[in-house]
Every structure is written in C-alpha cells, then in structure tokens.
Write a protein that binds this ligand. Structure first.
Ligand SMILES: Cc1cc2nc3c(=O)[nH]c(=O)nc-3n(C[C@H](O)[C@H](O)[C@H](O)COP(=O)(O)O)c2cc1C
Length: 343
C-alpha cells in the first residue's frame, strides 16, 4: 500500500528543476513537463500537447470536463492558458521565444517556437517548480507596495488584468460572496457528486490516477475510499467549507480578481495566462496563492459580484487569495506519455 512518504516522493520528483544544457537542442518533452505543472481546475489536467517542428499546440481534452461546476468549459480553457504561460517561460529557459495565440479554427493554443539566440535569467521559470496552490491559512502580514505593484503588473495578459484588494471591508465583502457560493454549491447534489469523483482520498488512489484533489495537499487524513465516502457527507458541507474559507480568507494579505473584456475562449485563455503569471510572480516573491472561485462559478452570484466591482461590462473570471505561509505538500501530475501527441 502506498504511503504518504511515497506520495511526497512522487510529488517532489515531478518538480525537480530542469537541467538546461546551454546551447543544447530544444527539448520539447521538457517544455511539456513544465507546462503540465500549471494549475488546472480540480487538477483535471484537461490538456493534450501536440509536438511538431517549431510548434507546440495545446488542445482541450474534453474527456476531463467538469460539466456541473464548469458547464461552458470556461475553467477548462483557463487551465489551458495556465499551461501555455508555463510553456512560454520554459521555452525562454531553453533559449527559445514562444509566441502563444489562440487559434479558434483549430480550437487550440498555438505556441510558435523560435530561437531567441540567448538564454536570459528568468525568475518566473524557476518559480514553475515551486508554485503551488497553498490551501492553508496565511500569516496575515501586509504586502509591501513593491510586492503589490509587481503582482498587479504580472496579472495582465491580452484582454485580462488583475484587481487587487487589501482593505479589510473589501475582503469581508468578497468573503460574503464566497460564503454564498458555498451555500449554493455544497447544497447541490450534482456539484458534490462531481467534486467527490475528483477527490483522491489516500496516497494509493492519488498515485494511481496522477490527477485530482489529493487530501494530502489540503491537510486531510489519508483514508480508504469506502470509509471516506461515508465520512465525507459529514465533512463536505456548506457550514464546514465556510468555516475553512472564512479562516483562510481572513488570514490572507490580499484578494486578486482577474477580470477580462471578453467572456469567450480567447478571453478565458488570457485570464488563465494572467493568473498563472500572477501565481509565478507571487512564488518568486515567496508569497503563496490559492483560488476562491465560488462567486464566479455560481451563475446567479457572478452578475452581483460584477456589479459590486463596478466592472462596466467587463467579466470577473477568476479569484485568488494571496499571502505568506510555509509551503504545503504538492499535487501530482499524470505521466507525460498520457498528455503528449506525437505526429
Ligand atoms: C481555472 C481554475 C479554477 C480553479 N478553481 C479552484 C477553486 O475554486 N478552488 C480551489 O481550491 N482550487 C481551484 N483551482 C486550483 C486547482 O485545484 C489546483 O491548481 C490543482 O489542484 C493543482 O494543484 P497545484 O496548483 O497546487 O499544482 C483552480 C485552478 C484553475 C486553473
């Protein structure tokens, strides 16, 4: 039976920094490895990477959809944006430029790779191997003006940009939206069923699948599935989730809301890139981040949030909390062979 130590060994091995050989030939598998370390909704890793000469395309893997929480696949495309952002920085570390653009005909993010001639020092590349969604409480210490400026600048891509809130009354207002989101989601049987299907209750289950939400990353005890399925009904409640979220949000230093001018596949990819770059920049500053997306996921809540934000026709697409905390155990990924298509 796989142990917690086996789990941690596998999760840490996935994040061994890349060995870059200066002047060496481009290594597309390594680019894909870095891309796949990006965040994805429910850790579904809903991506396929097609490697061709001078190009990598990232296409959606619809077999990994979450139709209840993400009926229009917005989170799925944001996850592709997250992967594309990592790939851009990994390419730079191999001395390549990677121009990323959404191709609506192919329904894919195309990354055109060319030699840049030089390998520049890239702190965001280094952060790929350290970034994680840290789902624990943070220490509540304020962010400096420089940190806030760097985060705001990082969280911009295409039609998307980031609003940052640090004032207590604003954070309390966000918390209220999250609380109402939990009430709606966790009282919905279909939502709970879908979420349960992606929870990995013990190291064996997590290692067999290489995906999903492992209890190890959120500090839950390891349990056999049959016991966990009985207990989860008692734990996975709106009341329980609200207690966790209230504690976590109040311990955070800032809330980031990624907004975009559009609400289509291209905009979702921009938002994914913006949030991944924000998370990488935060990591480089030794800050942690985690998503609190309930208010943008619940259809009835989103317009209320957008009107409170005074967005004037822009769309709220992703929400995160930021702050300082120790690193927590990492999440797993599937083997590269399951996500690479070789022509
Ligand atoms: C589009 C998107 C939506 C997400 N929504 C949530 C969320 O609402 N709550 C949450 O705790 N994590 C959310 N996540 C984070 C994933 O659970 C996390 O990325 C995944 O489990 C992998 O873990 P890692 O990012 O630490 O590697 C989201 C990630 C993405 C890209």
């Amino acid at each position: 039976m796989a142990s917690v130590a086996d789990y941690d060994r596998a999760a840490n091995a996935l994040r061994q920094p890349a060995r870059i050989i200066p002047g060496g030939a481009p290594d597309p598998d390594e680019l894909v490895r870095c891309a796949a370390l990006a965040a994805s909704s429910h850790n579904t890793q809903p991506w396929l990477f097609r490697i061709r000469a001078g190009e990598i395309t990232i296409t959606p893997d619809f077999s990994r959809r979450c139709p209840v929480v993400d009926p229009d696949d917005a989170h799925l495309y944001k996850s592709l944006g997250c992967a594309a952002e990592n790939l851009v920085h990994a390419a730079a570390a191999q001395g390549l430029t990677a121009e990323a653009a959404f191709d609506p005909v192919a329904d894919a993010v195309r990354l055109h790779l060319e030699s840049a001639g030089v390998v520049r020092e890239n702190t965001l590349f280094d952060a790929i191997f350290k970034r994680q969604c840290t789902k624990t409480p943070y220490d509540g210490s304020p962010l400096t003006r420089d940190e806030l400026g760097a985060l705001e600048q990082a969280g911009r891509e295409g039609c998307a940009h980031t609003l940052l809130f640090t004032a207590k009354p604003r954070i309390e207002a966000v918390l209220e939206y999250v609380r109402r989101g939990n009430e709606s989601q966790l009282n919905d049987r279909a939502f709970r069923r879908e979420l349960l299907a992606w929870i990995r209750f013990n190291p064996g289950e997590a290692l067999r699948n290489g995906d999903g939400l492992s209890g190890r990353t959120s500090g839950q005890p390891s349990l056999p599935r049959w016991i966990a399925r009985h207990l989860i009904g008692l734990v996975l409640t709106a009341k329980g989730q609200n207690e966790t979220d209230i504690r976590n949000i109040r311990s955070s230093s800032a809330i980031a809301i990624i907004v975009a001018a559009g609400n289509d596949r291209a905009a979702w990819i921009d938002a994914g890139r913006a949030c991944q770059r924000l998370a990488l920049r935060a990591t480089a500053l030794d800050l942690r981040s985690a998503f609190i997306n309930q208010p943008v996921e619940v259809t009835a809540l989103r317009p209320q949030l957008e009107s409170w934000l005074g967005l004037n026709g822009m769309h709220a697409l992703l929400m995160m909390r930021l702050g300082r905390a120790p690193l927590a155990p990492y999440s797993l990924r599937r083997p590269l062979e399951q996500v690479i298509i070789r022509d």
